[in-house]
Design a protein around this ligand. Structure first.
Ligand code: PGA
Length: 249
């Protein structure tokens, strides 16, 4: 475990106005000295970004979107939101390359364009990578991770505004997490890939996939990890707080 820890809540397509009130407990926690190392970021559906920004105003909790369009300016893209619009309401982060969007058509090339547009608009990026079960069984994990990283970062100058989220697809929403020794090795490999590509000193790498209050004690032992991307368990403030408390103690 390293110093500052990210706890990024990915609410996916869940949450109504009422559900936002439960965040207050997390806000209170974030104000305590003991948990000042916790960098909490909420990524709700677009419809709740403004509400969460208001309720977290003057706190150190940040807010992000779960995706963006690759276009750098307005355009005829029904149902899409570009980085500038996300930035203009006050959000600071955006998740790009989540496997749930890769299956909907986000290729490494599209992800590359999305990252470029988000960086241009000075958003910080939570960039997701990870292999499917089929790829893992065929022992293609490292090949896939390399193509995802190299493809997404093509022609982008090295910078510190990207958090790399390793999310094995087979672990997302399944309750199954990698064996700790494998995860440890995988994180080291990812770090090397990024350093080879960018000569970046200390890339930030977080883990995502079925993180919950039960397995966090084990997951937090992974060295050189900078935090977690949390789906299901982040929507329940009690569970989310539990995860933060058990990580930083
Ligand atoms: P999960 O989702 O924690 O529900 O597995 C993680 C994610 O998809 O980012």
């Amino acid at each position: 475990m390293t110093n500052n820890m990210f706890f990024i809540a990915n609410w996916k397509m869940f949450g109504d106005l009422k559900s936002v009130n439960s965040i207050k407990k997390v806000i209170n926690l974030s104000k305590t000295k003991k948990y000042k190392k916790a960098q909490i970021i909420y990524c709700p559906p677009y419809t709740l970004i403004d509400k969460i920004l208001r309720i977290t105003k003057n706190t150190k909790i940040k807010v992000g979107a779960q995706n963006c369009h690759y276009s750098q300016s307005d355009g005829p893209y029904t149902g899409s939101i570009h980085s500038d619009l996300i930035k203009s309401i006050g959000a600071k982060y955006v998740i790009i390359g989540h496997s749930e969007n890769r299956v909907l058509g986000d290729t490494n090339q599209i992800i590359n364009l999305k990252i470029k547009s988000a960086l241009k608009k000075k958003l910080k990026i939570i960039f997701c990578i990870g292999e499917t079960l089929k790829e893992k069984r065929k022992k293609k994990t490292n090949l896939i991770l390399k193509s995802q990283i190299y493809g997404a970062l093509k022609n982008i100058k090295k910078n510190n505004n990207i958090i790399f989220a390793y999310e094995p697809v087979w672990s997302i929403g399944t309750g199954i997490i990698p064996k700790m020794e494998n995860l440890e090795k995988q994180v080291i490999i990812i770090k090397k890939l990024i350093i080879n590509f960018w000569k970046l000193k200390n890339p930030k790498i977080i883990y995502g996939g079925s993180v919950n209050p039960k397995n966090i004690a084990e997951l937090k032992k992974i060295r050189s990890i900078n935090g977690f991307l949390i789906g299901g368990a982040s929507r329940n403030s009690k569970n989310f707080i539990d995860i933060i408390k058990k990580t930083i103690n």
